[in-house]
Structures are given as structure tokens and as C-alpha cells.
Ligand binder design. Sequence first.
Ligand SMILES: Cc1ncc(COP(=O)(O)O)c(C=O)c1O
Length: 453
Amino acid sequence: MNKIPFGPTYDEMYDLDKIDPEIREKANKAKENEFDHMNLFNITWKDENNEVRKIVLPKELTGVDANIVVLIGKHFPSGSHKVGAAYSTLIEGCVDKEIIPGEHTILGPSTGNFGIGVSYICNLMGYDAIVIMPDNMSKERYERIKKYGAKLDLTPGTESDVILTLERTYELKSNPINKSLAQFELFPNYRFHRHVTGNSSIDAVKGIGNGRIACFTCAPGSAGTIAAGDKIKEVFPEVKIAALEPYECSTLTNGGRGQHRIEGIGDKMCTLIHNVLNTDFVVLIEDEDCVKGLKVIHDGSDTLIKCGVKKEIAYSMKDLFGVSGICNIIGAIKMAKHLKLGPDENVVTIATDGFDRYDSVLKDLDNRYLETADFVLERWKKDVFDNANVENISDYRKEDKKEQLFAQKEKDWLPFGYSKEYIDSMRKLEFWDNEYAKIKIYDKKIKEMRSID
Ligand SMILES: Cc1ncc(COP(=O)(O)O)c(C=O)c1O
């Protein structure tokens, strides 16, 4: 009955040594052809040697004593780690027999990378897919989705209008052939990041500073990635988890809902799968700083070298980040200053994707500014990185702040049919631990279905 190519378990995505060596070899070869379905086994933060792909940022860039360790997401198949959330949601639907090959069309509500991930995974696993996304995102995103063969269903607006994609998905779901990989509300996204990204973050700091994680900074879109913090907190209870959001769209801070330029994050909501119990700080980052920071790193290698960054490192960083990655880095610098972290301490953050989908964003920046010559980049380097300050950091560890986030969650999700009782059940850590524990069940089911010919 099962004709779809089955991929890895959660545990295999975290630890490549758990994959059968023959399959691992085939997956390595498959990197030459992105449409080879063995690439499902390349959904991981790890390289061929089972080492986390990461960069420890040069201190000449960050200006802080603490080590800022960034996990690099651009090497995931399809170019961003969002493919992990897409795969996990699809495979859970398959093993639960809710998604049937040949019968169902997959819906991917997204602002880009998740949609790219959904179209890619559906291509490898043989499903028709429709990606529902705003019509004003960077054009590189639409091109990728089309290349992977999904249809586009566009709603008006930008990143901040993601709620319209949810409403459109809700409409399309009334047709029973459509099955939604609802990243904002389904827990495979949470499970993937708590297990795979969380454990990989812990591995990433081995041998760096004191080998622990003092702070994890992460800008939520669906709030899947920030679930890595839940795993980190299990292992390093002292860690502070900081959720970053655009200054222009400060939903978690004060219900703000403006337009902004940081694609992938700041979606005007507290998502259903966001475990706010573990969110210790909320930090606002200005969108223009992120775009300028991207310009400095991508086009300003000479400027960075002048500021003391080693030549090979300056060049190696050029293509590693997108706009949200820079947001995460600025957030990491701000938190390192706020927490007064020393040279022994580590801040971990994430680069969801790389530069390949932001060329148009820098072209737009060049058009908006009269000059972006080296002396301008030098000033931006100082303004954005060295002078990142400790303003706009709010402490969310107190009861009233948790209440505020739960009120936001109710406002956002009661209209989609979730009950207050269900949302209230998320007030206990036990709820999140139970969701996470399902990994064992799903890994077993994936292995069983994989063994059926
Ligand atoms: C570029 C980028 N950064 C950050 C995020 C946020 O990640 P998450 O949805 O896991 O919160 C996304 C999500 O699509 C993204 O595309």
C-alpha cells in the first residue's frame, strides 16, 4: 500500500550515525541531484561527518566577549531548515494515515521558506501541493516553489499579512481532498525543532567556552525553531531564551501589528505551538538594521577585514545568512550585553537560510540609499553590530507577562476553532513534554512503514 518514499525518523535527523550506513552513502551521493528522494535523509543540521554546521562569529564583528555560535541552515535540502518542519508534518500525517498518496493535495500556508520546503518535500514524496503565501515576498521564493512543482495561491500583502494565508487555508480545507501542513498549529514542527535543532544546538557548543549555552536567541515565525530552547533548557536550566520580533511589528511586546522587512518572522500572532512558558525575554529588532547588516556581511568583506575580521572568515560569511539570520545575530549581541556574558559563555542562534533568496532585497536597499560605498558600510557595521544596545529588551519571566502572551494566543486562535480549555492546557509544562514524548511513537511508526515494501 505504501508507494511513497519514506524518509528519516526524528532521531536520524538529529544523529546521522543512527542511519543505516548504506542509506547514508546513498543520501550523500544524492546531494548531486536535489530531486533524488534520498535527499530526505539529508534533512539535518549535520555535515557528512555528523558535525553540526555552524560558525562562531568573529569578535571583531560582534564586539562582545561571549561566543556567538550560529547554526547554518542553508545546507538543508531546498536551502532552509524549514524543510524539516515540512517533512515532519507530512510524515506524521502519512503514518497516521490522514494523508494518503494519490488521494490528497497538500496545502502549505507560508511566507516563503516553509512553502519552498513543502513544495520540495511533496516533489520528493509524490504529492500535489499548493503553497498559500502573500504576494509581496522576495521573488526568489516564488521561483523556487515553481521549480519544485507546487501551485501558488497568493493572498495580498507581505510577511505581516500571514493571517490572510491562514484564512485562505481554512477555506481550502473545506474540500476534503486538501490536507494542510499547518505549521503555526501542528506539533510536528515543535517536535522537529525541540529534538533536532535543540540537540544540535547542544552539540554545537561542545569545546567552545564552558561548553554550555547561556542564551538562545530566535525570532519566531511559526515559533517552531524557538522550541529548540525547550531542549536546551532541559540540559542547561540556566539558559535564557529570547524571542526576537521586528520593532515595526511588536505583537508579543504590545500587540503591535505593522509591516516590516524581515521575511519569515513577525507574523502578527502568538502561534499555537509557541511554548511561551519558556520565553524569558522578548527583544525588538529594527528591520532596517537587519537589511543593512546583511549588506555589510554580503558586500562589505573589505570593510570587515579593515575592522580586523580575518580575510578567509570575512569571505566565508558572505553567503551564510538571510535577513532573519542577521536579526538573530543582532538579538544575540544585545542579549550578550544585557546578560553581561563573558568570554567563557555561549549564545546560540540560528541562520534559517542563506543569502541565495535575498539578492532582490539588497537591490532594493541600494535603490533606497543614495550611496552604499565602503565608508557607508563601515558606518553601518558600527551602528548595527558594535553599537547594538540593550534597549527594547523586556523581561517575560513574570506571571503578568505570561498572561499577556496567553491572552494574545487566545485572541489569535479562538477564531480558528480552538477551545479556551485546550489553550489553557498549554499553561503546564507537562503539555509540552507530552507533545515532545510523541517522538518515540512517531519514530517507531516511521520505521515500521519504511519496512513495508
Ligand atoms: C527566513 C526565515 N527565518 C525565520 C523563520 C522563523 O522560523 P520558525 O517558523 O521556525 O519560527 C522563518 C520561517 O519561515 C524563515 O523563513
